[in-house]
Write a protein that binds this ligand. Sequence first.
Ligand code: PBG
Ligand code: ZN
Length: 330
Amino acid sequence: MSTSKKFHSSIFHPTLRKWQEPNVNIEPENLMYPLFLIEKDDVIEEIPSMPGVSRFGVNQLIKHLEPLIKKGLKTVLLFGVIETLPKDSNGSSADSTENPVIRALPLLRKNFPDLVIATDVCLCPYTNHGHCGIFDEEGHMDNDQSIQRLAQISLAYAQAGAHIIAPSDMMDNRIRAIKEILRNYRLESRVAVLSYAVKFASSFYGPFRDAARSAPAYGDRKCYQLPLGSKGIAARAAERDVEEGADMLMVKPGMAYLDIVRQTKDMFPNIPLFIYQVSGEYAMLWHGAKNGAFNLNAIVMEALTSMRRAGADVLITYYTPLVLDLIQKQ
Ligand code: PBG
Ligand code: ZN
């Protein structure tokens, strides 16, 4: 059965409906805030590679979010970061009951009933090798096993309360596998899938791998993330994920890939398009401003406005708290 002609899963919440009504301003609906969640509920850890960004235990996260929600914050993207839970070949801590994301979801739903919660789904923070899939005995990525496992993890997050599943692994046909398991468990119309459809093998992810403790132990991600210079396979990847039923698409990173954002928006003008302004972009602007190259507020708004102009509907940015303040002052 095809999933691509269905849309209840794209419009079940007021914030998701807003994304179907594009304009070019930056309002709270256009911002998704990425957050790193740790095992220790009462702890905040600063992230040296991303000055101004922290990892939160769930109790601290709730405190951190309260004022932001008063300022209009609509949606967050959760990443789990583990320290004492085991890392193994199957990424079993990704959906264990002790996983910080699984534990936080019901609490966030209860504390913030209007907040739309997306969860990143990937294996790299949970595998002993730090790659985004599962390997067979010969040491090759096993795509079928990988997407089955990603679907299981997606189901666990959906059952724990995620509104949006956002797979960042770049395995082939994972959108179909995730849609299928959601359908089998009758969650299809209540959970959206935001595909990291067009994700390049970028050096801009450097600080994140430190933040999420997800750097590959060996090798790189060039056999599953997209080649930097390619427009063609970027188009094919977006097309494939739309056919498999993705509710929303993402291009990642942002600023160096705005031609791809425009290409993707022109191909699919009717699908909400997200940009991930990734960790390296965050750090670049922060360090540039810190060293006097430009004013931080001005440069952040310029970078984000150019993303809207290029065709992005939603901006995933670590600068969300800053931007919410700037919007309020306007
Ligand atoms: C893991 C993942 C990455 C990012 C989001 N999910 C890193 C990677 O693929 O190596 C990058 C986010 C950022 O740099 O801010 N699949
Ligand atoms: Zn990954």
